[in-house]
Design a protein around this ligand. Structure first.
Ligand code: AGP
Length: 623
């Protein structure tokens, strides 16, 4: 979750920007990752100068205004999401070592820091904080001034040999103005290449304002940047390579574009997110062309089951995918919460296709589950929205969603893009395995191609939903019901309300009502019901209408999402929102949108920060 920025520039650039400008701008772009303190360190006049402060970035800026830093062209910056040690000035990064000559910032968790700390304490080292980071800094400082003999890169190579867990480390030393050394294991880091200046960032947002040339860094790599050079090695000092790419979105597209929040902007970005994810992935004859998959078609044709690994909203996308892929491909699909998967001795072999779904590509729970599955011999595919992130890099294949940067912590457009990507995967497998005729695939792709404009139809009527949300700003409990693909939609609607409006909300399979949850229904209890298409499977529709009657008979305030022309629900709905007709399996791409708008508007009506809700972070990079 932490935000990391590193910079090494030449003095000729000082006219444009100094290190501090780059660090603060980069940290501002990384705020979405969620944090509770911030700090910077710069190298100038033969010394390291550091400022750090608990709270938001503005607190750090005020601190620097009160105690200015010297002009510098070398520095590191950090926004911290507390893991070891609570949010405080003392626990904020950077941490100093080697008598204040060295500064370090860190993202991740060093699992063996206690033993190293004990060693260093016995050696007379004292610590100011409770953090694992300060231990790593002290270790680096000790190695720098002993075995590494004043070589910062060599010291880093020695230090990381001792560390276990997940870490991205950046360090500067007063003896080396113009040099930043970094190391990464299980935690994100990307290199940015400029002219007479180079950058490091937890993701490209950290330097997007200065360069779009980026280099993916691999697992267990060390990178040393100076204003004009960058060198990459493995942890043993052997030369290594990163993969250069161009960032295909600019800072502007990550701005709010006139919306009151990133979340609302991203909800309204959804037609494009779905359209862009579909773009270029099928030909005029409706044949899927997923060239980026990197798993041989003949191998995919042989898989015997699919296991989806994901968390939160991404897991609900996986639940929607289960219905579609099982229907089209007749392959069993298990949807597993990543953090549960590897602890239950799952049955996985070389005929299992692991499909991880992750917007950030850095969710530690999902990364560790994917690693576990790979050890069991499974093939792994990542559905991910963040180019250059760890999970796709470690997977055999990747199917990128093209939702663009999702800044708000609450996932919206990435969710619809993930569902779209899983549909593409399902159709591709059906095409490979011959479960569907080419004409059927072409028809489904045509239906998918109409979805962006249907989403726009829903967005054009957002006012109706916002009006309902504002009228319910005092609600303290909302239930969500759905059947078939409407069930994961109900779960996602509940999660949105929980995470941004802090209201108790629960999603249920509508058929589960009579097995217990109906006891929750009291007079005036708001209940959203996601109603399937009338043209859908057997009596799915009539059963859900019965569920609406059951809760209404017990006093529920029935809030119904149904398909255009569905008159059967009108008599039992206190409020109804109609979405355009679409085939049942594709309905989640439409029915989810009113629930997103509802949660966003209700949270806004309560005056909450919908982009950075309390306790949450955009990317959960710790287990
Ligand atoms: C969704 O609104 C939440 N932010 C959260 O549940 C998120 O979906 C989950 O943490 C998974 O994140 P990922 O997609 O980046 O792996």
């Amino acid at each position: 979750m932490c935000g990391i920025v590193g910079y090494a520039g030449t003095s000729s650039r000082v006219a444009d920007h100094g290190a501090l400008d780059v660090l603060i701008e980069g940290l501002r772009r990384l705020e979405y990752r969620g944090y509770d303190s911030a700090g910077v360190a710069v190298v100038a006049d033969g010394a390291v100068h550091s400022r750090k402060k608990a709270g938001k970035l503005v607190n750090l800026e005020n601190e620097i205004a009160d105690a200015p830093l010297p002009e510098s062209m070398t520095g590191i910056g950090h926004t911290r999401w507390a893991t070891h040690g609570g949010p405080s000035d003392g626990n904020a990064h950077p941490h100093l070592a080697d008598g204040g000559k060295l500064a370090m910032i860190h993202n991740g968790i060093i699992e063996n820091f206690a033993g190293i700390k004990a060693e260093l304490l016995a050696d007379g080292v004292s610590f100011l904080s409770e953090t694992d980071t300060e231990v790593a800094a002290a270790l680096l400082g000790r190695l720098y001034s002993t075995e590494a003999n004043g070589d910062l890169t060599a010291a880093m190579q020695l230090a990381v040999q001792r560390l276990e867990g997940a870490f991205t480390l950046l360090a500067v030393h007063q003896d080396h103005p113009g040099v930043v050394v970094a190391a990464r294991r299980n935690s994100p880091l990307v290199l940015g290449l400029g002219e007479g200046e180079n950058f490091l960032g937890s993701d490209v947002s950290g330097f997007i304002d200065f360069t779009r040339r980026a280099v993916e860094l691999g697992q267990d790599q060390i990178v040393t940047i100076t204003p004009d050079t960058h060198s990459i090695t493995d942890f043993n000092g052997n030369p290594a390579e990163g993969k250069e790419f161009t960032v295909d979105w600019d800072a502007a597209s990550a701005e709010k574009g006139g919306f009151p929040s990133f979340m609302e902007k991203e909800i309204f970005d959804q037609p494009a997110a779905v359209a862009d994810t579909l773009l270029g992935r099928s030909d005029a004859d409706g044949r899927l062309t997923l060239d980026e998959l990197r798993i041989a078609p003949e191998e995919l044709a042989e898989i015997s089951k699919i296991v989806v690994l994901a968390c939160g909203t991404s897991a609900y996308a996986g639940s929607v995918a289960k219905y579609a892929i099982e229907s089209w491909c007749r392959i069993p699909v298990e949807v597993e919460l990543s953090h549960e998967f590897r602890y239950r001795e799952p049955i996985v072999d070389e005929k299992t296709l692991i499909v991880s779904i992750s917007q950030s590509g850095e969710t530690m729970d999902t990364l560790m589950a994917v690693r576990y599955a790979k050890e069991q011999g499974a093939k792994t595919m990542s559905i991910c929205n963040t180019n250059g992130s760890t999970i796709p890099r470690e997977s055999d294949a990747v199917l990128y969603t093209h939702a663009g940067p999702e800044i708000a912590v609450a996932s919206t457009k990435a969710f619809l893009a993930q569902i779209t990507a899983t549909y593409l995967l399902g159709l591709y497998l059906a095409q490979l395995r011959g479960n569907l005729f080419q004409g059927q695939i072409k028809d489904i792709l045509a239906d998918l191609g109409k979805i962006p404009s249907k989403i726009q139809d829903v967005l054009d009527r957002a006012g109706e939903i916002k009006e309902l949300a504002r009228s319910m700003a005092d609600a303290n409990s909302v239930l969500f019901l759905g059947r078939h693909v409407g069930y994961p939609v109900a779960m996602e609607g509940a999660l949105k309300l929980k995470e941004i409006a802090y209201i108790h909300a629960e999603g249920f399979a509508a058929g589960e009502l009579k097995h217990g949850p109906i006891a929750l229904i009291d007079d005036g209890q708001p209940v959203f019901v996601v109603v399937p298409s009338q043209r859908g499977r057997d009596s799915l529709h009539s059963k859900v209408v019965s569920n609406i009657q059951e809760v209404r008979a017990r006093g529920a305030k029935t809030l119904v999402i149904a398909e255009d022309g569905d008159n059967a629900v009108k008599d039992f709905a206190e409020w109804v929102f109609f979405v355009p007709e679409t085939p049942t399996l594709l309905m989640p791409l439409l029915a989810t949108v009113p629930l997103q708008i509802f949660a966003c508007e209700l949270a806004s009506a309560k005056g909450y920060d919908v982009d950075q809700p309390r306790n949450l972070a955009k990317s959960v990079t710790v287990e």
